[in-house]
Design a protein around this ligand. Structure first.
Ligand code: TRP
Ligand code: SF4
Length: 333
């Protein structure tokens, strides 16, 4: 039997190249070998945006469209929406009963989120009960399928560690070995920075979206940071100090293209503007098929809705099996 993989993303709307190269591309590779469940974590979105839900549905659709465009295949992997699998909420209740409060309080990601929230909202100590439960809810996501592996970025590893702690405690309390201790599976993908050299992020306005047009992408790439010491075109360039543009070349270019770029830059036979024009074309070439697929799904939203509905039903069937066992173990009525 194939090992099970579970992972998720919050519905943040249209995704960018950081999501594609850092997470989704990895999922695409895993879907052939593993039994995969990929969730749009709309309850997790509520932990911080409970009062801004107008776009939740649209943002969820956008995320799924980007996944499909990048090559997640609903015939291989199960794509679902968290809130359409209410078994996870029930499991969250059982898990919340056995999770010591200080386990969630020491969660580093949660501490960071609380800090950001405070600075944004100016709320002194307003952390809701639901936000405190963020890592327990994520544990419930993973255990809803009794997953073996959780492919995540480094920022989520602490959450998976907590999941393992909760599994041990559950198994110990209910005298069982039912739940497996899931392993984090770090994404072996290229980390792409934003156009300004900082972490790529929607709110930093330094991102290239999967769904951007080729023209927009070309324009954005022209703003990428280069070797700051190279002022005039005939100054010799230093690719290794070219903070963004050359890094992008190493991600999107072939070995030969990378070498040529390095050479022409160092010999000042290629200017930065020309270099970034070529780079923009390269990136667009890479994204062409993905964007064509995305356009197709944008024009067929009913197909995306059907994929979500069918995936969520399929996920529920598996979730119900796990929950039946959990109810028995906890000795519920
Ligand atoms: N917390 C994850 C994030 O912010 C998203 C997520 C929700 C998740 N449920 C999950 C990731 C289950 C892995 C497994 O990126
Ligand atoms: Fe960077 Fe290209 Fe300019 Fe060299 S020529 S500094 S690699 S943008």
């Amino acid at each position: 039997m194939k090992q099970k993989i579970m992972s998720g993303m919050r519905p943040t709307g249209k995704l960018h190249l950081g999501h594609y190269l850092g997470v989704i591309d990895n999922w695409v590779k895993l879907q052939d070998e593993y039994d995969c469940y990929f969730s749009v974590a709309d309850w997790h979105a509520l932990t911080t945006k409970y009062d801004k839900t107008d776009d939740l549905r649209k943002d969820t659709l956008d995320v799924v469209m980007d996944w499909l465009a990048c090559g997640i295949d609903p015939n291989k992997a199960t794509i679902y929406v968290q809130s359409l699998v209410p078994e996870t909420a029930e499991l969250h209740i059982y898990l919340s009963m056995i999770t010591p409060q200080n386990w969630v309080e020491r969660d580093p990601t949660l501490k960071d989120m609380a800090k950001i929230l405070k600075s944004k909202e100016g709320m002194a100590s307003q952390i809701n009960y639901g936000l405190m439960g963020y890592p327990v809810l994520m544990t419930a996501d993973i255990l809803t399928f009794n997953a073996d592996l959780v492919p995540v970025g480094i920022d989520q590893v602490a959450h998976v560690e907590l999941t393992r702690d909760i599994v041990r405690r559950f198994n110990n309390i209910y005298n069982t070995d039912f739940f497996k201790e899931p392993q984090p599976k770090l994404n072996k993908c290229s980390l792409i920075c934003g156009l300004d050299g900082n972490k790529m992020g929607k709110s930093f306005h330094n991102d290239i979206k999967i769904s951007d047009t080729a023209e927009d992408t070309a324009k954005k790439v022209m703003t990428a940071i280069t070797d700051r010491s190279r002022i005039k075109k005939d100054d010799k360039g230093h690719p290794d100090e070219c903070e963004v543009a050359f890094k992008y070349w190493t991600i999107f270019g072939s070995e030969e293209e990378i070498n040529t770029t390095r050479c022409e830059c160092e010999n000042a036979t290629r200017g930065c503007a020309q270099c970034k024009r070529m780079l923009g074309e390269k990136i667009n070439e890479h994204l062409k098929e993905i964007r064509e697929r995305r356009t197709y799904y944008e024009q067929h939203p009913e197909e995306v809705e059907r994929i979500i509905k069918e995936g969520s039903e399929k996920a529920r069937v598996e979730a119900q099996k796990v929950l039946a066992e959990v109810r028995k173990l906890v000795k519920m009525y």
